[in-house]
Design a binder for this molecule. Structure first.
Ligand SMILES: Nc1ncnc2c1ncn2[C@@H]1O[C@H](COP(=O)(O)OP(=O)(O)OP(=O)(O)O)[C@@H](O)[C@H]1O
Length: 257
């Protein structure tokens, strides 16, 4: 049987400890992520979606429980060290890219992450063919803007660039934090299509927070619903493929009761 690439074991995050406002914002969460899983994550406002990503990314410490990467305990590993195997794309197009640097320079920065050498113009030149190839897969004209400052791109192009920067080194885990939410509906759908193509083609392991029920149903092999700091549904395979929007909505009705 395939072993999980990443595991959350009985994770508890308690805030305001020792005060009357003490509360578990992550409440005994167990999640095993398998290689190639593409998990869509839904939950009402305040359900704990960002907390889940912050736990995985090491941005907030856990109060109880264990985090494993390929069976190795990384519970107390720093955010910086986790970036060796983990990439995250945020909702805000301004995050993740340096505005004054060109598209190609931003890509080179990601390509060379963790290295001390290889940022000069000569290095950039040797990478241009590759950068042209990968940007053209996003189907939004980014390949024609390799020498444009990132701050001058459209929001959709900038998010596409953030996505490419996050995946260029093929992370073990990719976290998409509502990465299409700040875009207009059409651009959002175009980026979602390109995202899905990249993930499936490259067999990336990905967790994606979304507020769109349709996207949560359409994409991925697995769907997780969070409620009140707990995982209330975790379905995959045929069960997910056969899930209707009405059934999915009923999960939320259950939640809100
Ligand atoms: N540092 C903190 N101190 C106290 N409460 C917190 C803290 N961080 C998060 N919370 C609370 O934990 C709950 C979960 O928050 P979280 O941001 O993870 O939800 P979310 O599902 O991402 O919501 P949204 O969809 O609104 O972004 C919320 O009730 C939030 O107010």
């Amino acid at each position: 049987m395939t072993e999980p690439i990443f595991e959350l074991k009985d994770i508890v995050v308690t805030v305001n400890q020792g005060t009357p406002e003490q509360i578990n914002i992550m409440d005994h969460v167990n999640l095993s992520v398998f290689p190639g899983d593409f998990i869509t994550i839904l939950g009402s406002n305040g359900a704990g979606k960002s907390t889940l990503f912050n736990v995985i990314g090491g941005n907030i410490p856990v109060t109880e429980g264990q985090i494993l990467l390929n069976g190795r305990d990384i519970t107390n590993m720093s955010v910086e060290r986790r970036t060796r195997f983990l990439s995250r794309v945020f909702q805000d197009p301004k995050m993740g890219t340096a505005p004054r640097m060109t598209v190609a320079e931003n890509l080179l920065l990601s390509e060379k992450r963790g290295q001390h050498r290889g940022f000069g113009p000569r290095h950039l030149k040797t990478h241009m063919d590759k950068f042209h190839e990968i940007t053209s897969t996003m189907n939004n004209g980014l390949e024609h803007r390799l020498n444009t400052a990132t701050g001058k791109l459209s929001g959709g192009q900038r998010q596409a660039l953030s996505f490419l920067m996050a995946t260029i080194k093929r992370p073990d885990i990719l976290l998409l934090d509502e990465h299409t939410a700040a875009l207009d509906p059409q651009t959002s759908q175009e980026l979602m299509t390109a995202t899905n193509n990249q993930i499936t083609r490259n067999h990336l392991t990905c967790l994606m927070i979304t507020h769109h029920l349709d996207d949560a149903l359409k994409y991925g092999n697995r769907l997780v619903v969070l409620d009140n700091g707990k995982i209330s549904y975790d379905i995959s395979g045929d069960e997910k493929d056969n899930l209707t929007k009405e059934e999915l909505l009923s999960f939320f009705n259950d939640i809100e009761e």
